[in-house]
Write a protein that binds this ligand. Structure first.
Ligand code: GDP
Ligand code: MG
Length: 596
């Protein structure tokens, strides 16, 4: 298709404002998915997406659309809404010329509405403002059209009104996309250049690489080269998702599609890389993407040590479609061989962990998540610490922790409650602004460590679900942080070390020692469990020595309490780990870390 007949656009919105549902209506209306095959949130293909009702991966789909007798090809990209996946959103935006900014007509503008709008503007996209869910009795289209128009600086009359549920207004919306979104520009005669914006591993077809063509043309049988690795391949198949993969004769300027080379090695196809022809190819790579920076680290260990090689293989594969995931081997006294993994946030961690367990069948233990600390030693040496057990002892000049700019949107009645919560999480108020009569945006600088752990849940429950949150990294800030170690009979258990603010160290020590006392069975001798900062003990519990005759009973007694969890666990997990002289069932570590 020639560029003048192409429209590349994405749908951006706050979570749950109806992107995926609107995408469903588009698939139906353009006739590429028929009534029989239709199911809700059609493009959310992963089980985990369907169960949780959230989009994790962006999906690109090509749809035909006729306006005044002229046939257009629309490439629509549905994007995730959660703050952890904004990296996914930003890649999608770079493949588009326009964005539908969708706002729930019963909710109004929320935190991610703003964040995504700013991303789209930064990418020079044509913005099409749309109110969704106008079928809801609680919808207030007049009010929110005003709000939205004011935000982007247009006339309230230009804000379209649709319902992804009933399909009302969707045809007009597609007409508007054709009218307002510019066709892609690029040089058809230049050497081929295509930007890789996603790639996935398929058990039958090998690596499937999704590209957006910038210049030139690619066709089946072409020999291609990946500019960053210089790896060469023959194109076995080239095509478009519509929404099933459909082979085509080639892709030209501005088109979005997939490439298959039969390659199985996932490292060959790197998101952000440029594809060109091996002969007379382009020399200059496209700008690509800013590497995403992992914000939260955790150790992932296979419950069954023999799964370690499989875990490595699984991580390699996930990494292919999830560029933000990083990992390196790590060993732990308590947990054996595993990987220290970096994630964009806790939801990202949870999703990766669940995918490893479900798609690859590997049972995992995750250590307590940690952010990345910058430690300056008195010698002038600087260290980056992603694993609390590697936090240096003594001789520390300063410790800096990552902070974020957080924006919270809520009805004005909740301002007091929200400020209280933010203050208790070491937040510093930056400003407050009314976005309408009733909605307030409150801005804080807060330590990332305080925001990634259950802050959002707290915020939701304290505001009856009305507050929304967005945040972005904002550098480092010095803080009074200490490492709390947990010792069993004087030996440090690495997996339980944590870096916490000095005012919260005692509470952590008491909680962890108490938990372990309940989980570790009695031994032949008394075992002290201590929490310590350096050499200073701040909390202590004791496991009393057992009397020989009650061995069986007392062992069982400790375990029955957690029966439900234990039942799920295999024989192999009854294994014991030695920490110094103390014998600890691996389960005890798992349960102490799972923290319920
Ligand atoms: P996303 O997170 O933006 O992709 O949102 P979804 O498409 O998953 O929709 C979130 C929820 O809103 C789902 O329960 C949908 O059924 C519902 N929803 C989406 N669009 C509409 C609409 O136009 N009207 C009504 N009444 N509900 C809708
Ligand atoms: Mg969705």
């Amino acid at each position: 298709t020639e560029p003048g007949r192409l429209r590349n656009f994405c749908i951006i919105a706050h979570i749950d404002h109806g992107k995926s549902t609107l995408a469903d209506r588009m698939l139906q209306l353009t006739g590429i998915v028929d009534q029989r095959a239709m199911r809700e949130q059609y493009l959310d293909r992963m089980d985990i997406e369907r169960e949780r009702g959230i989009t994790i991966k962006s999906q690109a789909v090509r749809m035909p659309w006729v306006v005044e007798g002229e046939m257009f090809a629309l490439n629509m990209i549905d994007t995730p809404g959660h703050v952890d996946f904004s990296y996914e959103v930003s890649r999608s935006l770079a493949a588009c010329e326009g964005a539908i900014l969708l706002v729930d007509a019963a909710q109004g503008i929320e935190a991610q509405t703003l964040a995504n709008l700013y991303l789209a503007l930064a990418n020079d996209l044509e913005i099409i403002p749309v109110l969704n869910k106008i079928d809801l009795p609680a919808a207030e289209p007049e009010r929110y059209a005003q709000e939205l128009a004011q935000l982007i600086g247009c006339d309230p009359g230009d804000v379209l009104r649709v319902s992804g549920k009933t399909g009302a207004g969707v045809a007009e919306l597609l007409d508007r996309v054709v009218e307002r979104v510019p066709g892609p520009t690029g040089d058809a005669d230049a050497p081929a250049r295509a930007l890789i914006f996603d790639s996935v591993y398929d058990a039958y077809r090998g690596v499937v690489t999704y590209v957006r063509m910038i210049d030139g043309h690619l066709a089946p049988k072409d020999r291609i080269v990946m500019l960053s690795t210089r790896a060469q391949h023959e194109l076995l198949e080239i095509g478009v998702s519509s929404p099933e993969p459909t082979a085509s004769k080639g892709l030209g300027v501005g088109e979005v599609g997939y490439l298959i080379t039969g390659v199985k090695d996932v490292r060959q196809s790197k998101v952000g890389d440029t594809v060109t022809l091996a002969k007379n190819g382009a020399v200059d790579a496209l700008p690509g993407y800013v590497e995403p920076k992992p914000m939260v680290f955790s150790g992932l260990y296979p419950v069954d040590g023999s799964d370690y090689p499989d875990l490595r293989e699984a991580l390699d594969r996930l990494k292919l479609s999830d560029a933000a995931l990083v990992y390196e081997p790590e060993t732990s006294v308590a947990l054996g061989f595993g990987f220290r993994c970096g994630f964009l946030g806790l939801l990202h961690l949870e999703i990766v962990r669940e995918r490893l367990e479900r798609e690859f069948g590997i049972e995992l233990i995750a250590t307590a998540p940690s952010v990345v600390y910058e430690v300056q030693l008195e010698t002038g040496e600087a260290l980056q610490v992603t694993n609390p057990s590697e936090f240096p002892t003594g001789k520390i000049a300063t410790v800096e922790e990552p902070v974020v700019n957080a924006a919270i949107l809520a009805p004005k009645d909740y301002v007091g409650t929200i400020m209280e919560l933010c203050q208790s999480r070491r937040g510093a108020l930056q400003g407050m602004e009314y976005l309408g009569e009733d909605r307030v945006e409150i801005r804080y600088v807060m330590p990332l460590a305080e925001i990634v752990f259950d802050f959002f849940d707290q915020l939701k429950s304290k505001t009856a679900g009305y507050a929304s949150l967005d945040y972005e990294p904002s550098g480092l800030q010095e803080a009074e942080l200490v490492k709390v170690d947990i010792l069993l009979q004087g030996d440090r258990v690495d997996a339980f070390s944590a870096i916490v603010h000095k005012d919260k160290a005692y509470a952590y020590g008491v909680m962890m020692t108490g938990r372990l006392r309940d989980l570790i069975p009695r031994q032949q001798y008394e075992v002290p469990i201590q929490a310590a900062i350096g050499a200073r003990v701040i909390a202590r519990e004791t496991i009393r020595a057992m009397r020989k005759d009650v061995l069986a009973k007392c062992y069982g007694g400790d375990i029955t309490r957690k029966r439900k969890l234990l039942e799920k666990q295999k024989e192999g997990k009854k294994r014991m780990k030695m920490v110094g002289r103390v014998e600890v069932p691996q389960d005890a570590f798992i349960q102490a870390l799972s923290g319920d």
